[in-house]
Structures are given as structure tokens and as C-alpha cells.
Design a protein. Structure first.
Length: 180
């Protein structure tokens, strides 16, 4: 006939172990939920701040008084304009991956009457990294754009290598130091 397995009740030790695992799992999931809610609040605040700043009046980024009071928490993503000429001899390609694929951000110092302002002139694909393959601005220009803060460090698993002129993040201080 049929052999029926008899189920024995679980021991207290097994029940305590299962309960502990369930409690740890529930605690972990609750912590992840709280983290996601906090992250949502930070991202929502950032989106609101960026939206306010991009619609504000542009500031003069060539004014030294602005830079002495620059606060990344309140000034990043503000519209700015500045006049000067590019020092194309100190152009720095910074590796990037965008919706257009891999390539480089082109960072170039803009020399103003009051000093130098680093400008991200935009993205170029790998075959346009060499300045002779693209238009390089000459003479006096007026640049308008959004202020961004420096991004020290490197990309995931890569550090900037100033000696080899290999850049994986837009670390303005390190780039300026390496180019002087």
C-alpha cells in the first residue's frame, strides 16, 4: 500500500532559527525601503533646486567676487556667462560614456581678464579626440552654460593618471595642477 511519511513537529531550535532569519530579512527589507525613500527625497530636492537655478538670471562667472563666495550647494547648475579666449594648448580630454557611446568631454581653460575658468566644451567621439579633427575656437568668445562642481576621483575602478594625461573624471583642481 502507500507509505505515509509522518510529519514530526519542528523542534524549537529550528523554529527559532527560521524566525531569526525571517526577522533579519524583514529588517533588511525595511532598511532598504527607508533608504529608497530617503534617496527619493534627496533626488526630488535636487530636481527642484536644479529647476529653480536653471531658470534664474545668469551670473557673471568672470567676476572674482562670485568665485570667493561660490557655494556648490546653492550655485551648482546656475546659468553663468563669461568672456575670454580659450587656451587650447591646455585642452584636456576626459573619458566619458554618454547616450552617444564612449568618447571624451573636452575641458579647456577660458582665460578672462580676471583669471581662468575651466569650460567643458562638450562631448567628442574617440575619432575626434585630436583637436586637428574638429573646430577649435580662436579669439575672444562669450560662453553661456550651467555651473558644475568638480568631480574628484576617477571612474569606477579607474583613477585619474595626471602623469600620463589620462582622465576619467572632471577633477578641475587636479587637471589645473597638471596643466600648469
Amino acid at each position: 500500500m502507500t507509505d505515509q511519511l509522518e510529519r514530526q513537529p519542528r523542534s524549537r531550535r529550528a523554529l527559532a532559527f527560521i524566525g531569526t532569519i525571517a526577522l533579519l530579512g524583514a529588517s533588511g527589507f525595511a532598511a532598504l525601503g527607508v533608504w529608497q525613500l530617503e534617496r527619493l527625497a534627496r533626488k526630488t530636492a535636487l530636481i527642484t533646486a536644479v529647476d529653480e537655478r536653471v531658470h534664474a538670471e545668469p551670473i557673471d562667472a568672470g567676476d572674482p567676487a562670485f568665485w570667493t563666495s561660490f557655494n556648490p550647494d546653492t550655485d551648482e547648475y546656475r546659468h553663468a556667462s563669461v568672456n575670454g579666449h580659450f587656451d587650447n594648448t591646455k585642452e584636456t580630454p576626459v573619458q566619458a560614456v554618454t547616450a552617444h557611446g564612449g568618447g571624451f568631454w573636452v575641458l579647456t581653460p577660458l582665460v578672462t581678464s580676471n583669471g581662468t575658468v575651466p569650460v567643458n566644451r562638450g562631448f567628442v567621439p574617440p575619432d575626434r579626440r585630436d583637436p586637428t579633427t574638429r573646430d577649435v575656437p580662436q579669439g575672444d568668445v562669450t560662453i553661456a552654460g550651467l555651473l558644475r562642481v568638480t568631480e574628484p576621483g576617477g571612474a569606477f575602478l579607474r583613477d585619474n593618471d595626471p602623469k600620463a594625461d589620462r582622465w576619467f573624471s572632471r577633477d578641475v583642481t587636479a587637471i589645473a595642477t597638471a596643466k600648469t
